[in-house]
Design a protein around this ligand. Structure first.
Ligand SMILES: [Zn+2]
Length: 76
């Protein structure tokens, strides 16, 4: 498991800050490089994952147990 993980925003969630974590993001986990990931988390911005998908940094505790890691990121 990489140090930093991100997930794509759930475009169906109308107000990003108001929805619970489980509905805030969608799809698999993506691995994010340490430097850009930390900067994006502090700025509350999206960042490209190792596979190129734009993601938000998420805390591990906000990720459901059955969420898998993106295959492209897994072997990046
Ligand atoms: Zn990925």
């Amino acid at each position: 498991m990489p140090n930093l993980v991100g997930r794509a925003r759930n475009a169906a969630a109308p107000d990003h800050q108001q929805v619970p974590p489980a509905e805030r993001w969608t799809g698999p986990l993506h691995a994010v490089a340490e430097g850009p990931g930390r900067a994006a988390r502090e700025a509350d911005e999206q960042v490209p994952a190792l596979c190129g998908q734009r993601v938000e940094i998420v805390a591990v505790e906000d990720v459901p147990d059955d969420t898998g890691l993106c295959q492209a990121c897994q072997y990046a």
